[in-house]
Ligand binder design. Structure first.
Ligand SMILES: C[S@@+](CC[C@H](N)C(=O)[O-])C[C@H]1O[C@@H](n2cnc3c(N)ncnc32)[C@H](O)[C@@H]1O
Length: 246
């Protein structure tokens, strides 16, 4: 299946405008297009990262905040911060936070390629369905690793391509032909967000390639957990020591 390079134009302004235009319906579309399975992927992510009370957690590309809010809701006394560079997505996150019983400490402005936080500060750093959209993938990974404590966990949840050929074919057909039409109808989006989605997934590294990439940037013990027949994958690794990185 070919990748339309125009559709994967990841310049920051373009990506921000695209998410701004769908922010109001992002949650609805997420749950609709994934048949609600995205909720279980985030729950799995939280379980695998196993936060404990008192830990500091940073969720990068937090969007409307589902993963950050999930951490706050499931673990008592954790300090969760969610950062994103799209004000409209953050506004939805803040509205949800206002209604939540367990609160995220802060939903703030922050570019994944230049995180406005100190180094070695967080026990857990996550990014769900965000890294694929970041203009410079390596830079985004490096920033997540920089702000994690040595030994801290980095978790990346991202779409991937099923490995079994027949499944892969069905999935790509849905992704490439059906999903953009449903997405466009429901969101009324004119920035091509639901053409961009499959194109960006097809062009993004996954499986062993992603494990290799994360290891080469400074994570150790990286494990890939394929979810729902490999439609999504959670990658978890720990920040290695400076000596291990040399
Ligand atoms: C598909 S949404 C994912 C939102 C959320 N993490 C989730 O699981 O639903 C991708 C988000 O990444 C954000 N994003 C993309 N590039 C970014 C960057 N360079 N810095 C910060 N946020 C970015 C977008 O604004 C958008 O909110």
């Amino acid at each position: 299946m070919e990748v339309d390079s125009q559709a994967v134009d990841k310049r920051g302004d373009r990506v921000r405008a695209m998410f701004a235009s769908i922010a109001g319906r992002y949650d609805l579309l997420n749950h609709l297009l994934s048949l609600n399975i995205d909720k279980s992927w985030r729950t799995f992510t939280i379980k695998k990262l196993a936060p404990t009370a008192g830990q500091r957690i940073l969720d990068v590309c937090t969007g409307t905040g589902d993963l950050a809010l999930g951490f706050a809701a499931r673990v008592p006394k954790v300090e969760v911060i969610g950062l994103d560079f799209c004000p409209e997505m953050l506004e939805v996150a803040r509205q949800k936070n206002a209604k939540a019983t367990a609160k995220v400490l802060q939903f703030g402005d922050g570019d994944a390629t230049q995180l406005p936080v100190e180094s070695n500060a967080f026990d857990i750093v996550t990014c769900a369905f965000g890294l694929r959209n970041v203009s410079d993938t390596e830079r985004g990974i490096d920033e997540m690793i920089r702000v994690a404590k040595v030994g801290g966990k980095v978790g990346i949840l991202e779409f991937s391509k099923p490995r079994v050929p027949i499944l892969r074919w069905c999935y790509l057909a849905y992704f490439k032909y059906l999903l953009p039409r449903i997405g466009q109808q429901v969101s009324g989006n004119d920035h091509g967000a639901y053409e961009y989605l499959p194109a960006s997934v097809l062009a993004f590294p996954d499986g062993p390639v992603m494990v290799e990439l994360l290891t080469s940037r400074g994570l150790r013990d990286v494990v890939a957990y394929p979810l729902t027949l490999g439609i999504a994958t959670l990658y978890v690794g720990s920040k290695s020591t400076p000596k291990e990185r040399r």
